[in-house]
Design a protein around this ligand. Sequence first.
Ligand code: ACM
Ligand code: ZN
Length: 755
Amino acid sequence: MSFKKIVALCVFISFLFSCKSEEYIPETPQIIPAPAELTINKGYFVLNNDVGITYEDPFKISGEFLKNFIENGSTIELKDTNDIQFIMDDTIKHQEGYTLDIQPYQIIIKAKTDRGAFYAVQTLRQVLPTEFENHTISEEKISIQCMTITDAPQFQYRGMHLDVGRHMFSVDFIKKYIDALAMLKMNTFHWHLTEDQGWRIEIKTYPKLQEIAAFREETLIGHYSDQPHQFDGKRYGGFYTQEQVKAIVAYAESRHVTVIPEIELPGHAQAAIAAYPNLGCTGEQVEVATKWGVFEHIYCSKDETFEFLENVLDEVVALFPSEYIHIGGDEAPKTKWKTCNQCQSRIKTEGLKDEHELQNYFITRVETYLNSKGKQIIGWDEILEGGLAPNATVMSWRGTKGAIEAAKQKHHVVMTPTSHCYFDYYQSTNPNEPTAIGGFLPLEKVYSFNPIPEELNKDEAQYILGAQGNIWTEYIPTETQVEYMAFPRMLAMSEVVWSKNETKNYTDFTKRVEHFNTRLDALDINYANHLYEISGALISDDDTSAYALSTTIDDRTIRYTLDGSAPNITSEIYKDPIPVNRSQTIKAAVFDSENQLGSVFSETINYHKAVGKTITINKTPHRSYSGSGPEGLINGISGSDSRYGDKEWLGFWGEDLEIIIDLGEETYIDAIETRFHNGNGQWIYAPKGMIIILDDKEFEYNYSNSTDLILNVEYKLVSKTRYIKFIIPNYGTIPDGKQGAGNKAWTFIDEIIIN
Ligand code: ACM
Ligand code: ZN
């Protein structure tokens, strides 16, 4: 071919190519967690049988994963050519960072490690059609939009936890859970293996852990707060054999996920003590726990217990290659230690001040042992009690105080505060949600989490390794329900730990979640979908109030009714806040052009005498439970019964409250009502009484120690007053024998209704 002809051919080809790329409307890929930098380029890469993949040994895991993903997900068979190639690039700063360059004729993945390349592959996976996930793709030729992505994680610890003590799940399910973590670029699976209600890991030295500790006689039915307690009468349990554990650890390794086992001590040990009563202080025979909560039978600090724990840990260390072993440390009541001769003599001979220092002795002794085996410990933030073991990493769950203290002491920290990381809490106010432990943690709140507490300076912030979502399974008996609680909150957590806090955007995220749901469908993951749910807020100014509606996901049509009927496709379309000047019920739902998408939202506004008036509180609500602010207590809307964290409840931690309502002018009143939450399992205790002061009268009330989940108080006080002042002392430090003993109690208060 002459030179001229070649030039002409090239011009013709590039003309064809440019025509094609103009026809093609580039779609922005919907990746979770959002990558740091993404540029869409012209053109597309065609994935078909003509394409090949090459990778060298250092990229074995990521290369194989991608090859299998493409070949198992479609009919495409990849060749050995280097159309898709992996390149080692030491100039990439981050160990887990990567670049992914999709060009018209090549896909190039660059990373410094296989881990980085693995995350490039997970990104590429999300650029491919979701049909690859379950091999339902019919085309043999897939066009992939050209783009360049440069990406790296914000945090080195990106985790999910799973409690298999309260309920146990199959090996296949654990693998599916690990798969999901890896897809979301998470790298740590915290496997909570021992509990009061069941010991779940085979320890060959101690066969009774398998025979006795792994099984409970029956299980509590319903919620712990439902009285009287009822049981199902069915034996429940099981354990993972060491062979199964090895298989799970190997499976996780092949997805760059580290498994951190948790062996709880000195508390949450009742199942082990049931198997070997001598491990406790009293030697008495106890049963494997059949209900939830915190139990007083904890490990005794005698040498015999340490011998047991060291033997157990020897077997654990041999099974788990992870740098860390989680040793628990949380919720260990000291009642038994206080009356135990051996524990008291340990306190004396070791020169310890009290039982809190004995807890420190316990943890430090186990830490020293594990350090000698080349392992580091992680413990829940109670391990700060009585001093921190020298090399311990703290998992901060009771808010962020433990994290701040530990980081200031130059100890590493993993963030899992209940307020943002407990995926066993309710995720919706919809009354049809499955029973959960309590609390309220919607997707948006998870997404808003910043693992770095604002109290830390830059140097201290370095000690925050990352964060983790926790799934405690008291109320989660099945695998599909684990998925329901985990998704989509795990998606939000993945972005919290991977993406930059400054660039997070919830509206954009929800659109990506909507898209991601088709991937979860293909993966047969039973996610919760609250994207089309509605939330409302009463907006008041000087003398008018209106009710505003919004959806989780933007730009959707809301239709509503005010007559109590369910909205339908012909109901009024919501445009502006709905004026409210009397008690009424608003019902609303999201619709597309033909169908209702989510469930019906219903709010009853109780238009009482304080609505829209002025309220002041002497303390600021805790920042995790500040709801819609003090005004939320007089907005005519009550919180839900089980979800103390929804925006109508205000939470205060250990504080005495003074609340003043100014009705604006002298007003006849004849009753005052309010509610206190009493979810003792979450350390929420209704106050023991309160004082109500009107302009010229004062009333003092005492409540008996109520065990109801909600304490309703209602007083008839016919009077004329402008101001109403409430003095509400905190319940105080939680006494021994009650849930949360030794901690400050929370006060949660709902709407104050003035009639
Ligand atoms: C915990 O939730 N007890 C760590
Ligand atoms: Zn003892």
